[in-house]
Design a protein around this ligand. Structure first.
Ligand SMILES: [Zn+2]
Length: 126
């Protein structure tokens, strides 16, 4: 390994991956906004009390799912930004909870991961 950097992770490669992933996530957030803009008002205007309650319940449910997806996407976006900051700080690839290195295969799968698999499991359980 090259000396001096203090980290064994190829941060330049992960920086590229993270920037690509950030563009993807941001594009999908924009799609959510495009799909949702106006649709809420359309549905509300069409709402008549002759319609089944089930219809508006379904519309509400769909909207909640969209918001959940959007929240997830924004959560990922935030995690990506933090990962990029960790690269700048020279702390990329270290668990934010216990400080141990995150397994390389885990970073390959989730470049913005900030928990080692052990801590992740603990958090999901608790
Ligand atoms: Zn950990």
């Amino acid at each position: 390994m090259a000396s001096g950097s203090g980290t064994e992770v190829d941060t330049e490669r992960f920086r590229t991956l993270l920037l690509e992933e950030r563009e993807r996530v941001r594009a999908s957030i924009e799609r959510f906004h495009e799909q949702n803009s106006g649709s809420l008002e359309d549905e509300t205007e069409e709402e008549t009390y002759d319609n089944h309650l089930a219809d508006s319940a379904t519309a509400t449910l769909n909207r909640e799912i969209d918001y959940t997806l959007e929240e997830n996407a924004e959560h990922v976006l935030h995690a990506i930004d933090e990962a990029l900051q960790r690269i700048e700080a020279g702390k990329y690839g270290l668990c934010g909870r216990c400080g141990n290195p995150i397994a390389p295969e885990r970073l390959e799968a989730i470049p913005y991961a900030n928990r080692c698999i052990d801590c992740k499991r603990l958090e999901e359980r608790g």
